[in-house]
Design a protein around this ligand. Structure first.
Ligand SMILES: C[S@@+](CC[C@H](N)C(=O)[O-])C[C@H]1O[C@@H](n2cnc3c(N)ncnc32)[C@H](O)[C@@H]1O
Length: 253
């Protein structure tokens, strides 16, 4: 298929579960949650996922096969294995619950009420907010807040970033977003650099056009102010290795 024809075909699909952006963000999510959970094993873990999406999604054969073939030794595969056998792919809330276990306090929000419906009656709390970013203005402490917006994040990212810098004084904040042009990611990096905030960063270029669509993807972790230097360096190394693993997948097709 010509590149232009492929582009037309993928334009109609905004989100393909199991795409390379999902593999990057969910692999980061697993590493971050595992690490933070170990750090504070005593009290319950407070996790907020305010662009939660659904509990699980249908996954195409191409994506499932790629995960099985290239990520079979990864923590992500271990978590997704049973879902993949049903041609499903777990979303971030289901992944987090598997990593954190039943004792964790999980709170979600999504502006799509149908997405929220699938968590009702499962011990998961629903935040009373109007937009996923509003969690950043809450006084409550979270071990991790996960923000997973669409590329419209780039329309108002200065405001959101300022809220993240403030909230990261007490709570770690994990941000993932898709982008089209390198200048967009650079603009975000410039603001973060000027803020003097600590952060971990990874990104990945376009994957396979049909499997992954036309976006590039960026991940940022803003660790809570109380994370010490040793833990910060350790987690940075883990996340860098995770990014490289997914970048390798892109090269292997
Ligand atoms: C990329 S999907 C989430 C995927 C999910 N976090 C995962 O990793 O499995 C983005 C979700 O954000 C929701 N959304 C978009 N804008 C929002 C907003 N301003 N506040 C809350 N949710 C929003 C959409 O309805 C969609 O379900």
């Amino acid at each position: 298929m010509r590149y232009a024809d492929q582009t037309e075909k993928v334009k109609s699909v905004r989100y393909r579960a199991g795409n390379i952006g999902d593999l990057l963000k969910h692999s980061w999510l697993i590493e971050i949650l595992s690490f933070l959970k170990k750090q504070q094993a005593k009290s319950p873990f407070y996790y907020a996922d305010t662009f939660s999406g659904f509990d699980e999604y249908g996954i195409g054969e191409g994506q499932a096969e790629r995960i099985r073939r290239h990520l079979s030794r990864s923590p992500l595969f271990k978590i997704q294995k049973r879902a993949l056998s049903r041609d499903r792919y777990l979303g971030s809330v289901s992944i987090a619950r598997k990593v954190l276990g039943p004792a964790a306090r999980v709170e979600v929000f999504d502006r799509n009420p149908k997405a929220l419906d699938c968590f009702r009656g499962s011990g998961i709390g629903t935040l009373k907010i109007k937009s996923g970013y509003d969690v950043l203005n809450k006084k409550k402490f979270y071990d991790l807040i996960f923000l997973d917006p669409y590329d419209d994040f780039l329309d108002d990212h200065e405001t959101v970033l300022a809220q993240i810098f403030r909230k990261a004084r007490d709570s770690s904040v994990f941000l993932f977003f898709p982008f089209r042009h390198f200048a967009q990611e650079k603009g975000v990096l410039r603001i973060i650099g000027q803020s003097g905030s600590r952060y971990m960063h990874g990104s990945i270029g376009r994957g396979d056009l049909l499997l992954d669509g036309v976006y590039r993807f960026a991940v940022f972790l803003f660790p809570a102010g109380h994370m010490d230097g040793k833990a910060y360096r350790h987690l940075t190394r883990k996340l860098d290795a995770t990014t490289s693993m997914i970048q390798g997948l892109r090269a292997s097709g």
